[in-house]
Design a protein around this ligand. Structure first.
Ligand code: G6P
Length: 607
């Protein structure tokens, strides 16, 4: 949350900062601001709301000719979204300019200490203590580097910081602790960003800062030091992402573009990794722990949001295919539980961004207990990828829409392959792998019928509440379908296991409370039909996602969307797609910005 961009190089800084902020806007869009250095001065511009508003305010060649600057788009934590709380923040003298992502937990005590020293604060943010603390150390005669070190030592919490010192415009400073920050390495130019996606089109070479590292960046040089003031080596990671992947193309929204990327995302996840004829799954990222994996007796899947729901599908997959007892937990709950561990348990952390704070904390806890940790991660080189012992990349390309869609399909594909990889009885997997290869074409069939979903969205868009029901593999799909509708259209939606519906939610059912039923013909569809009869008997409208083989459903509703048939463990790869489209169409019909839903952020780097 909160997007950070920094630039020092041969080009005009401001357009690069604004482009970067636009690319990072999914991280927060409560307010935005820039600070640029030009001819001995630092000029600051801030605005409330989206980056577009900031862009409009930067008229009349604001600071043209500058080659050094920082920018920020905010997801408010401390203080309402207004201009004074917008970043960059500065010290009393107007020498130090800071953008920050994370939370400074001890800011209250630091602030009152600094106020007693005579510092004048202009915002309610936690961030503002940083420039004042540096200033305080400078006032006591320390040089800038030492003042910055001492400041970082006093701060508790999480930070990604990028700092301009007006008195030394030859260096752009950056520091990281538990909040992501990446350096983009260019020719005669260097960048800083909270997410590599902001650098697409500028450079494909990045350096991820580690916790406790400080970077000093100039146009041609990168120096990284740790809090012990020792120079640390760094590795340049090459990103395979292309510019088109980060652009909407002919689509009106990233969300729609990313839903339509579904077939390719599934192909990209299994390409070169499965050989269905030989029942073979090859996951290079797991090779180094292959022997250890043979000893694993239990799996724990840890994740947040949509990745958590993919993990819930994983629970069914690992149990059925790998015959491994598996539990999926919210990372935010796992980190504070006090459960006994067995050393033969392995943890699988799932994260699109690879930077989610709760997921990272859960990994740390698992490591502390000596458990092997594996990652399913989309962002190459991200913190989850680096912190886990081994893992599998999604190769889904950048996901820009805040509500996750294509990453879910990709995560499911990787989980299916991992389940086969961990299975002791590989012979039973041939059919599953053959079917997996057919999934992209089947998703294409669903996408080709999107107009039908748009029509149904028109019919259903004014309801205030929805119940989503599924059983077995489609129970997590019901949860994810409800989440999508909530995120995008702000309609209250609840996902439930269909069998559990009679223990509570049925009390809500009236003719104004529709049910989205995920009911392909399978081992539990008969059971679900009975649950839907109970809904029909209470006049609840039903919208069913089903397969042609299911003949009974037409006696319960006329609102039916047919998907192609597949085997049960693979059904979520198909059943989720119409639900993503349904949420998209309802959200857009209601006039909402579906790519940037209110109050949400794509990468949640605070607890
Ligand atoms: C946020 C996003 C969700 C995402 C979740 C987990 O809440 O809005 O779309 O599923 O974080 O993110 P991760 O990057 O760890 O998968």
């Amino acid at each position: 949350m909160c997007g950070i961009i920094g630039y020092f190089g041969k080009e005009e800084a401001l357009p690069i900062l604004v482009n970067g902020l636009e690319a990072l806007e999914y991280r927060g869009y409560d307010s935005a601001g820039v600070a640029v250095f030009l001819e001995g001065e630092v000029k600051v511009k801030k605005s409330v709301g989206k980056v577009e508003i900031l862009k409009k305010s930067l008229k009349n060649n604001f600071c043209s000719g500058s080659h050094l600057g920082i920018g920020h788009t905010r997801w408010a934590t401390h203080g309402i979204p207004n201009k004074s709380n917008a970043h960059p923040h500065s010290d009393c003298q107007g020498r130090i300019f800071v953008v920050h992502n994370g939370i400074i937990e001890n800011y209250k005590e630091l602030k009152s200490y600094l106020q007693k020293q005579g510092h004048n604060f202009k915002s309610e943010t936690d961030t503002e203590v940083v420039p004042h603390l540096i200033e305080n150390f400078l006032n006591s005669g320390k040089d800038f580097d030492i003042a910055l070190f001492d400041t970082l030592r006093m701060i508790k919490g999480a930070y990604a910081l990028v700092i301009i010192d007006k008195e030394n415009p030859k260096i752009l400073y950056a520091a990281r602790l538990s909040s992501p920050l990446v350096i983009g390495v260019g020719k005669n130019e260097n960048f800083l960003a909270s997410d590599p996606s902001a650098l697409i089109g500028k450079t494909k070479n990045v350096v991820y800062l580690n916790d406790g590292e400080i970077a000093k960046i100039s146009q041609n040089d990168i120096n990284i030091i740790n809090l012990k003031k020792k120079k640390t080596p760094y590795e340049i990671v090459h990103l395979g992402w292309d510019l088109e992947q980060a652009q909407k193309g002919d689509f009106p929204h990233f969300m729609l573009k990313e839903i339509f990327e579904g077939p390719e995302v599934v192909r990209a996840a299994f390409r070169g990794r499965i050989k269905s004829k030989e029942n073979l799954v090859k996951l290079g990222g797991l090779e180094k722990v292959a022997d250890q994996l043979k000893e694993v007796k239990r799996l724990l899947i840890l994740a947040c949001g949509t990745s958590y729901y993919a993990g819930l599908v994983g629970e069914y997959l690992f149990e059925e295919i790998s015959r491994l007892p598996t539990e999926t937990h919210f990372a935010s709950e796992f980190r504070y539980r006090d459960e006994p561990f067995d050393k033969n348990t392995a943890v699988i952390a799932i994260s699109q961004s690879g930077e989610t704070a709760d997921t990272l904390a859960a990994i740390q806890k698992a490591k502390k207990h000596g458990l092997m940790t594996l990652g399913i991660v989309n962002t190459v080189g991200s913190t989850v990828a680096r912190e886990t012992d081994a893992g599998v990349y999604n190769h889904a390309g950048p996901e820009i829409g805040v509500a996750s869609t294509k990453a879910f399909l990709s995560q499911l594909t990787v989980l299916i392959m991992m389940a086969v990889y961990l299975s002791k009885n590989k012979n039973s997997s041939k059919k599953l792998l053959e079917e997996l290869e057919k999934i992209p074409k089947k998703i294409e069939i669903i996408l080709a019928q999107s107009a039908k979903l748009e029509k149904l969205a028109e019919k259903y868009k004014n309801y205030k509440n929805f119940l989503f029901l599924g059983r077995r593999y489609n129970y997590p799909v019901a949860l994810e379908g409800a989440l999508k509708l909530k995120e995008i259209s702000y309609i209250h939606a609840e996902g439930y296991g269909a069998g559990e519906m009679k223990h509570g939610p049925i009390a809500m059912i009236t003719e104004n409370f529709p049910t989205m039923a995920i009911i392909p013909q399978n081992s539990v569809s008969e059971k679900m039909i009975s649950n839907l009869e109970e809904i029909k008997a209470r006049k609840g409208p039903i919208f069913a996602i089903t397969t042609e083989e299911n003949k009974e459903i037409s006696s319960l509703t006329k609102d039916i969307f047919y998907i192609p048939k597949t085997i049960e463990p693979l059904e979520p790869l198909l059943t989720i797609v119409p639900l993503q489209l349904f949420a998209y169409y309802i959200g857009t019909k209601k006039g909402f910005d579906v790519d940037k839903p209110r109050n949400l952020a794509k990468s949640v780097t605070v607890e």
